[in-house]
Ligand binder design. Sequence first.
Ligand SMILES: *[C@@H]1O[C@H](CO)[C@@H](O)[C@H](O)[C@H]1NC(C)=O
Ligand SMILES: *[C@@H]1O[C@H](CO)[C@@H](O)[C@H](O)[C@H]1NC(C)=O
Ligand SMILES: *[C@@H]1O[C@H](CO)[C@@H](O)[C@H](O)[C@H]1NC(C)=O
Ligand SMILES: *[C@@H]1O[C@H](CO)[C@@H](O)[C@H](O)[C@H]1NC(C)=O
Ligand SMILES: *[C@@H]1O[C@H](CO)[C@@H](O)[C@H](O)[C@H]1NC(C)=O
Length: 278
Amino acid sequence: MASAFLRLTVAAVNVRLFFSGFAEGSSNNKYLEIYNAGTESANLGDWAFPTVSNGPTTPGVHENWNNFTAGAVLEPGKVYVIAHGSADQKILDVTNQTYTYLSNGDDGVKLAYGTEADHVYLHAVGDFQADPGTGWDICGEAAGTVDHTLVRKTSVTAGNPDWDASRGTTADNCEWVVYPKDEWKYVGVHQGESVTTPTEAVLNCSTASPVSISKVQGNGSTSPMVGEVVVLKGVVTADLQGTYGGFFMQEIDGGDNDSSTSDGIYVSDASVVVSQGD
Ligand SMILES: *[C@@H]1O[C@H](CO)[C@@H](O)[C@H](O)[C@H]1NC(C)=O
Ligand SMILES: *[C@@H]1O[C@H](CO)[C@@H](O)[C@H](O)[C@H]1NC(C)=O
Ligand SMILES: *[C@@H]1O[C@H](CO)[C@@H](O)[C@H](O)[C@H]1NC(C)=O
Ligand SMILES: *[C@@H]1O[C@H](CO)[C@@H](O)[C@H](O)[C@H]1NC(C)=O
Ligand SMILES: *[C@@H]1O[C@H](CO)[C@@H](O)[C@H](O)[C@H]1NC(C)=O
C-alpha cells in the first residue's frame, strides 16, 4: 500500500544514480541513459561508465575507463544521456555526451562510483565476465540487449550491480521493460514522466470519471495502465514541486483495502501549483 511513499523516504538518503535506459538499435542508434533517483545533485566527475568490448581481457575487470564530461552535474529527477554522435536526431536532441563505443549488445557497461583505482560498481548492463555471444538474455527475451530499447521499470528506484538479478528470467521478475528495436519514445525522461503526449487530451474534471489510484497502481511491478490518460481524485499529501517537479496524492475514501496495490501515487507535474491538503 505504501510503495509510493516508501520511494520518497528511500530517495531522501543520498545521491543515487542508475542506468534508466539502454538502447541498441540499427546502425549507430545507441544510447545509455543515467537517472538521479536521489535528492542531491550528483557531480558526475565522481562517477564513470567503464566498459569491456566483447569478452573482457581479464574477467571481472573493465577495459575502458570512461569519464563523464568534465564538470557535468546531474540534478535529482533528471537524466543524462550518452549517445553515439551519429545517432537518430530524436536521441541527439536529448544527448548530453557523445561516445562512439557504445555496446553492440555483447559489450558490458557498468556505472562506477569512484576512481579507476578505487571504485564500486552500482549498476550494470551486461557483465565483465565473458562474451555472451550475440547478447545477454533479459526479461526472458533471448539476446534482448541486442536490437532492443531497455527501460528500467519505474518501480525500481536504485541501481543493481547484480546483472543476473537485474535482467531476471521473465518479464515479471526482471527490473527492465524490453521495447522493440529503434524505440526512441523513452529517451530523455524517466520515473513516471509522461512519454505520451497528454496535451492532446482535453480533460474536464466536471464530466470525467475518476479512476481509483489503486487501479492505476495495480498490484504488479508496473501499472496496468501505462500510456493511458486518466483522471484521478484525491488529496495532496506532499508537495515536492519545487524539488522534484511533482507531488504525492492519496485516495480520500481509504482506498481499496488491498495491501498489494498502493492508494497513493506520485504525479510528475509542476505546471498546476498544488499544496498539501488540496
Ligand atoms: C578520467 O578522469 C580522471 C580524473 O580526472 C583522470 O585522471 C583520467 O585521466 C581520466 N581518464 C580518461 C580516460 O580520460
Ligand atoms: C542534458 O541535455 C538536455 C537536453 O539538451 C538538457 O536539458 C540538460 O540540462 C542536460 N543535462 C546536463 C546534466 O547537462
Ligand atoms: C466541463 O463540463 C461541464 C459540464 O458539462 C461544462 O459546463 C464545462 O463548460 C466544461 N468545461 C470545460 C473547460 O470544457
Ligand atoms: C492482481 O490484479 C489482477 C487484476 O485486478 C487480479 O486479477 C489478480 O488476482 C491480482 N493479484 C493479486 C495477487 O492480488
Ligand atoms: C480490509 O481488509 C481486512 C483484511 O482482509 C478486513 O479484515 C477488513 O474488514 C477490511 N476493511 C474494510 C473496510 O473492508
